[in-house]
Design a protein. Structure first.
Length: 95
């Protein structure tokens, strides 16, 4: 089940990125977020593609891999857990 606005706002309030942000502003942000769910082994985006969105890991775990230059096999870099985010390149593209 995907989280609703109150759960998203509470989640955001626990993140360092949103430290000191008022409850009203957190609710404002939470109302504009679009929760998505990915299945196990489901690809979020591929190396070289733009993420297109900023993703917050609400629950579960995301495995991060990449293909080193010239390699035929991907290398596992690590995991992202609840509270982690990725895709922040999309923010830089909109500056």
């Amino acid at each position: 089940m995907l989280p609703e606005t109150p759960q998203i706002a509470a989640f955001l309030s626990e993140l360092a990125l949103f430290a000191g942000v008022s409850a009203d502003r957190l609710n404002f942000v939470a109302q504009r977020m679009s929760p998505v769910s990915f299945g196990e082994e489901e690809l979020v985006f591929e190396q070289g593609e733009e993420a297109g969105s900023l993703f917050f890991v609400y629950n579960g775990r995301v495995q991060v891999t990449r293909y080193p230059p010239g390699a035929r096999e991907e290398k596992m870099l690590g995991f992202l857990d609840a509270g982690d985010l990725f895709g922040q390149e999309v923010l830089e593209a909109h500056q």
